[in-house]
Write a protein that binds this ligand. Structure first.
Ligand code: SAH
Length: 394
């Protein structure tokens, strides 16, 4: 096994148990390693610190599997880590009863580059680092054993793989897929398109925030922007919303939303209106139509994948939130989100405050929102906190 020798002083973040070793921290590699191979990380004086997956093409040159240097990284190690991650969900009373649940959340679950989401009998896995890619077989075997699932589908088609020098990989890796895959989330049945949907098919991170939306929706006129397959909209209907307008630019997502409405005959479909449109445009159209709402959800895609995009993203966030505040009735609530890693909570709150000030409304935060607990944030990995939201009442 090769040794990765750090530059002097660069051992500090590893000693704080941060799992990423950036290119700038690496002094040299002693010995040979291919992408994904395990290397022994040592400080400048030669003291072993961690075992990590080598990723020569990425700016994150190595990702730590373990800080216990006695531990060997093999099939059994990976399977144990997968089983432990699955067991943490099973021991959480709220997560244990979910049909749809994230089983492995990468670094925060000690498995850098590994995402696994369970949708009923199917587990979808996404591998985004060279190390994760190398251990595909062990990860899949571990998931099958720990969950007893009937199929594992791989969706390693995320762009971030390019940064690791990896191409896209998609398809069934174990078992057989059911003809139609649906989950029940907070009493609402939702179709999950694991082959063609976004990410692994569904946005599990918003589960608990969708539930809150349902609880706030009774008797209200609701607007759901960036609705995807209608998760927030259907919870709002279930919660007794008077009306729900939902907007997304994706035709296929709206087609799934329509099927989701049909899957839930208990909901009053006549209260729902769906618009295929660009949200930036649609909000202006609603303004000219003179429409007003009591509850508005803004859950846009990642405008800032990294801090380098923060400026442009900040303008986009401000723009939609400004329009959102303008469309609220007095007493109305704006539930606004950012899933951009490059925009921190503090900056996000500033942007929202700026939007409210520009519109001239007084608003207060009722709820600070984040991803559901199956997307934990490792205390040593604050970068894991990508999703942040505010429920603001005017
Ligand atoms: N709230 C959803 C997830 C939203 S994901 C849920 O709970 O499941 C972001 C969505 O924004 C995607 O469905 C994407 O199609 C849509 N989108 C991206 N840019 C858009 C734009 N400019 N206008 C409208 N929709 C857009």
């Amino acid at each position: 096994m090769a040794d990765l020798i750090l530059k002097p002083g660069k051992e500090r973040s590893v000693m704080r148990r941060h799992p990423w070793i950036f290119a700038g921290s690496v002094d040299r590699l002693e010995g040979r390693a291919r992408a994904g191979d395990t290397v022994l990380v040592k400080d400048a004086g030669g003291k072993p610190l961690a075992r990590a997956a080598w990723s020569p093409e990425s700016q994150i040159r190595a990702r730590v599997w373990t800080f216990d240097c006695e531990q060997s990284i093999d099939h059994a190690f990976i399977k144990r880590a997968v089983a432990a991650s699955v067991a943490r969900r099973a021991s959480h009373p709220w997560l244990a009863k979910q049909d749809g649940v994230r089983l492995i959340h990468g670094e925060s679950d000690g498995l850098p580059g590994v995402i696994a989401d369970r949708y009923g009998p199917v587990v979808v896995v996404q591998l985004t680092s060279a190390g994760a890619d190398k251990w595909r077989e062990a990860i899949v075997a571990g998931l099958v054993q720990a969950t007893g699932c009937s199929a594992v589908y791989e969706r390693s088609d995320s762009d971030v793989r390019k940064l690791e020098g990896l191409g896209p990989v998609s398809g069934l890796v174990f078992g057989e897929m059911p003809e139609q895959l649906t989950i029940v989330e907070n009493g609402v049945r939702m179709e999950v398109d694991v082959a063609g949907g976004h990410k692994t098919g569904f946005y599990l991170d918003q589960r608990d925030n969708r539930l809150l939306t349902g609880q706030l929706a009774a008797g209200r006129d609701v607007l759901n922007c960036f609705c995807y397959t209608g998760g927030f909209s259907l919870q709002a209907l279930a919660g007794g919303a008077k009306s729900v307008i939902s907007i997304d630019s994706s035709g296929p997502a709206l087609a799934t939303a329509a099927r989701n409405v049909a899957l839930n005959p208990q909901l009053d479909a006549a209260r729902a209106e769906w618009r295929e449109d660009d949200v930036f445009q649609a909000l202006r159209t609603l303004k000219t139509e003179g429409r007003k709402f009591d509850l508005i959800v803004l859950d846009p895609p990642k405008f800032a994948p990294s801090a380098a995009h923060a400026d442009r993203a900040a303008r986009a966030y401000k723009d939609i939130n400004l329009l959102g505040f303008r469309l609220l009735n007095p007493g109305g609530i704006l539930m606004t989100y950012s899933c951009s890693g490059g925009i921190g909570l503090e900056l996000f709150q500033k942007i929202i405050a700026g939007a409210a000030a520009d519109v001239g409304v007084e608003a207060r935060i009722l709820h600070r929102l984040s991803a559901s607990p199956d997307h934990p944030i490792g205390l040593a990995v604050p970068e894991g906190e990508y999703l942040k939201g505010l429920a603001c009442q005017v």
